[in-house]
Design a protein. Structure first.
Length: 280
């Protein structure tokens, strides 16, 4: 299905995007990875190139927050390749309690996660609409269905991605362009490792209950979703369960999350009490 097809993956130099690039290369797609850091792109291309496959491997340095940069890249690619599929995987997260979060963190999350996704879709849509075909895959998050402690900025940006993707799907469908949303739970990537160093313990306790998947597993589920032209892919059993629970029993989801937060806070209070008794 992917032979002779060209796929552009933003955030393709790391984590889920890189795992997708490797899997698509194996399936003979021509793979184009895009991100900001030249050294990460170079390392990613070496890794993708080492996998046998008949398609080409290319990379572009660009920032998804800049529509001008993205439009330039898309126009350049379209001179030689037809973009059959784009995957918006570029993103960032900076968890913190709202009381500790700078206002600028909200702008950063919205710019990278939401506006970045919009920019890429806006740049590629005219080409796909012209051809009456193509596939747009936007990576949201389970935190785009469920507002999670410590993720006021991230959840807001991912809810925005989800709303945008649903509306875009409805608009593109009559023109033969398929739009798919992916909502992964915690996935073992450099982002998650960075994030864990910043995460309030309440956030970690909640996230742990949804399990952790490998980037390869998430990539395989996304590829399956592309083949089946799914509207939504929620990788993993725990992820699917959390998504369905958030839709059909949201009160229970809140109760479980509030319970986990209370338990972490209770433990911390006891630790402080024990430490105070010890010093006294
Ligand atoms: N890992 C998880 O637990 C998890 C869970 C749910 C959803 N997600 C979502 O899945 C997507 C991929 O996450 P990941 O875990 O694979 O993250 P990752 O390993 O940190 O990879 C992020 C990629 O995005 C690129 N990037 C970041 N900001 C960019 C920008 N402004 N312009 C262009 N490229 C940019 C990064 O490269 P440069 O920094 O060099 O630009 C990197 O290639 C994200 O949208 C994330 O929100 C992840």
């Amino acid at each position: 299905m992917f032979t002779n097809k060209t796929v552009l993956i933003t955030g393709g130099s790391s984590g889920i995007g890189l795992a997708l690039a490797c899997q698509l290369r194996q399936r003979n797609a021509s793979v184009i990875v895009l991100s900001r850091s030249g050294s990460k792109l170079k390392a990613a291309c070496l890794k993708i190139d080492a996998i046998p496959g008949s398609g080409s491997v290319m990379s572009y340095r660009a920032d998804v927050r800049s529509f001008l940069q993205i439009r330039q890249v898309v126009r350049t690619i379209e001179k030689t390749h037809q973009l059959d599929c784009i995957i918006n995987s570029a993103g960032m997260v900076q968890p913190a309690r709202f009381k500790d979060q700078n206002l600028s963190a909200f702008k950063r999350a919205m710019n990278a996660n939401f506006q970045g996704t919009v920019n890429v879709c806006k740049a590629v849509a005219p080409f796909m609409l012209n051809r009456k075909g193509g596939m747009i895959v936007n990576i949201g998050s389970l935190a785009g269905f469920i507002g999670v402690y410590g993720y006021t900025a991230y959840s807001a940006s991912k809810f925005a991605v989800h709303g945008f993707t649903q509306a875009l799907r409805a608009e593109m469908k009559p023109h033969g362009v398929h739009v798919m949303l992916v909502a992964p739970p915690d996935t073992d990537t450099p982002m998650l490792h960075r994030e864990r160093t910043l995460m309030p313990p309440e956030t970690a306790a909640i996230n742990d209950s949804a399990g952790m998947l490998s980037a390869e597993h998430v990539a395989l589920q996304i590829i399956h979703g592309i083949k089946k032209k799914r509207k939504l892919v929620v990788p993993g059993f725990e992820g699917k369960f959390a998504y369905l629970a958030s839709r059909f029993i949201p009160g229970i989801v809140d109760l479980v999350m509030d319970g986990k937060i209370a338990s972490v806070r209770g433990k911390r209070k006891n630790q402080h009490k024990n430490a105070a008794n010890h010093t006294a």
